[in-house]
Design a protein around this ligand. Structure first.
Ligand code: DGL
Length: 215
């Protein structure tokens, strides 16, 4: 029997993660579900997100062996709660603060994320646990997921914020919203050789391998 992997995000962000999963697990079936009519998630409260997400995941959990929450916003605000409400294993995606803090040589990292992720307790915990002594810049990316979803983003939206982060000394840039995976090339181009850009697709594939062997 084919393993069924559910992948969920507010919109097109999770599609890049679903593509990476499909490539890594060619024998499995990947069911991608998004909630594009309610995008952006990144400026909604945890309560509102819970109200939107729980019915979708409940339904998806009946069709899948495991669900990947391909959304930093939902993972950082709700994953613990959702794990108590759903019986299927959940794999989340959260800001790569730990690897970024280990990689930086300048002691400055930039985390690109939605406002809801940046204000979540989990994100603050990640910074406190793994990035003590590291300067963490949080560029204003509050309109990016909407612009990416509506295909309106171009280099001009990214240039100023990434340029400022690089000028402030950031040598690692964390893509902590899956929508930004679609503009990874633009961000890399702006950062040039000043900063490395990291995102979690490979880490999610590895985590999923682990979870699938335990099923
Ligand atoms: N792609 C999502 C994330 O990783 C949410 C983007 C949004 O809907 O604002 O945070």
């Amino acid at each position: 029997m084919k393993i069924k992997i559910g992948v969920f995000d507010s919109g097109v962000g999770g599609e890049s993660v679903a593509n990476a999963i499909t490539k890594a697990f060619p024998g499995s079936e990947v069911l991608y579900v998004s909630d594009s009519k309610n995008i952006p998630y990144g400026n909604k409260s945890p309560e509102k997100l819970h109200e939107l997400v729980l019915p979708i995941l409940n339904k998806l959990s009946k069709q899948c062996d495991v669900i990947v929450i391909a959304c930093n916003t939902v993972t950082t605000t709700l994953i613990s709660r959702l794990r108590t409400e759903l019986t299927v294993p959940l794999v989340g995606i959260e800001p790569m603060v730990k690897p970024a803090a280990a990689l930086t040589k300048s002691g400055v990292i930039a985390v690109c994320a939605t406002p809801t992720t940046l204000s979540s307790n989990r994100y603050h915990e990640l910074k406190k646990t793994y990035a003590e002594g590291v300067t963490v810049i949080e560029p204003d990316c509050s309109d990016w997921s909407y612009l990416i979803e509506s295909k309106q983003i171009d280099r001009s939206h990214v240039q100023d914020r990434i340029e400022k982060a690089c000028q402030a000394g950031a040598d690692v840039i964390v893509l902590a919203c899956t929508h930004y995976h679609w503009i990874e090339d633009i961000i890399k181009e702006v950062a040039d050789d000043r900063a490395m850009v990291i995102q979690p697709e490979e880490a999610v594939v590895q985590r999923l391998k682990h979870v699938l062997t335990d099923l």
